[in-house]
Design a protein around this ligand. Sequence first.
Ligand code: GLN
Length: 500
Amino acid sequence: MKRTIKKLLLLLTIFSLLICGCNGKSNSDSKNKKTLRVGTNAEFAPFEYINDDGECDGFDIGLIKAILSEAGYDCEVVNMEFKSLIGSLTTGGIDVTIAGMTITDERKQSVDFSTPYYTATQCIIVPIGSDITSLDDLNGKKVAVQEGTTGDLIVTPSDTNEIITDKNTVVKQFKKASDATVELLNGGVDAVVIDSSPAKKIVAANESKLTCFNDTSEEEYAIAVAKGNSELLDAINKGLETVKENGTYDELVDKYINNESTTKTYEKTGNVFVDFINKCKFVFVDTNGYIRLLNGLWVTLYISFLAVILGVILGFIVAFMRLSKDRHGKNTVASVIAGIYIDIIRGTPAVVQLLIMYMVIFQSKLGTVAAVVTFGINSGAYVSEIIRAGITAVDKGQMEGGRSLGFSYFETMKYIIIPQAIKNILPALGNEFITLIKETAIVGYVAIADLTKASDFIISRTYETFLPLLAIAIIYYLIVKILTKCLAIFERRLRRSDIR
Ligand code: GLN
């Protein structure tokens, strides 16, 4: 038993090191340069998006790399939710933010902005033939926006909003521009309000269905750093000046903003079968969707696997804590602590635990490790109850028998009770693994590219929802089916050893 636990711990350490290795380059990559963590939200093409190779790409990414290299820094790009960027700068989770972020008075109170690097406006995307022709027309309508952006601010009725005054205006906030667009394509809203360049990309990818116009004043994008970090801000401003002078800035504008080729679509022939094949090719092959799915599958599997190992180790510890009694048969402090842990974990949603772990405890660093720890701790609570039930299910006489043979309490546990309990709990532990695999589907919240996030990626590139979602549903189903089959075989074997 001890040896098995040692082996599991070793495996866990090796995997954690591997993950840390995959998670980003460490400072030792470049011996002299300091690596800065650059936060972005890669859902805002052409400024930032995930390219076909699964990497953060876009105008902003090219620009910040050039600026930081001028300033003598290396950079590691961290993809996160747009509304978390300012908070992460303040808490030190990231050093710099570049995300097509508009300078606003409210944001200026929390962060310091560089000199502006791009001027934009907000665009209103509507279905072709819509009667909405001005911002004013959005009064009383349903509008989709990206949560926490200036588009959101412009259309949400408030005391300071002079244009959208109708309180019946429904504003649906989405995490991503592509989700807002899918909502518009599905008829769930009348318009999407978003910045001009992303709007043009969205319309280009849906040119037979959508059109856009702008009817707002100009806004300026800038790079943000934590308040008071004037040394870094000066270096960024100088770097920006240099890349504008040496032509890098214009090259990036040509490459990303003036270039139409990032927009992909597929030809419709009218033949249902041929169109379906073309659509599948477009969704899964042309945008490298199948690679995203395979990578996502691997991430889902290893996060679940490591979390289950951590969960089992924790589960054993907590179960023994929970079962511990003092000399008078009363619950020990350890037992009470274990009870509180189980109570809290079972009483709060896993997604909340994940967000607390990643944003508060890990400070937006080491996302995969944060996910493994979250799911390990989460699973530990359930596993401990399974183990406790397994141990208490072993007949009391077994303990008495062991003790009367001269074994100590721990020896009886080790040689008599636990081996029997394990047989009882293995099927339930298997089920816990299956449940965990499906539960990890929420890791996309902290920008981990798991299987579910892979479908998200495909949807945001193709605006096709059915095929990617169907694909991941089938993959999850198959994993669960295979595991269930393996468990059934395992259980049959265990039962066979019982019949003698
Ligand atoms: N420019 C907008 C803002 O700053 C949107 C930015 C974004 O969605 N990345 O709110």
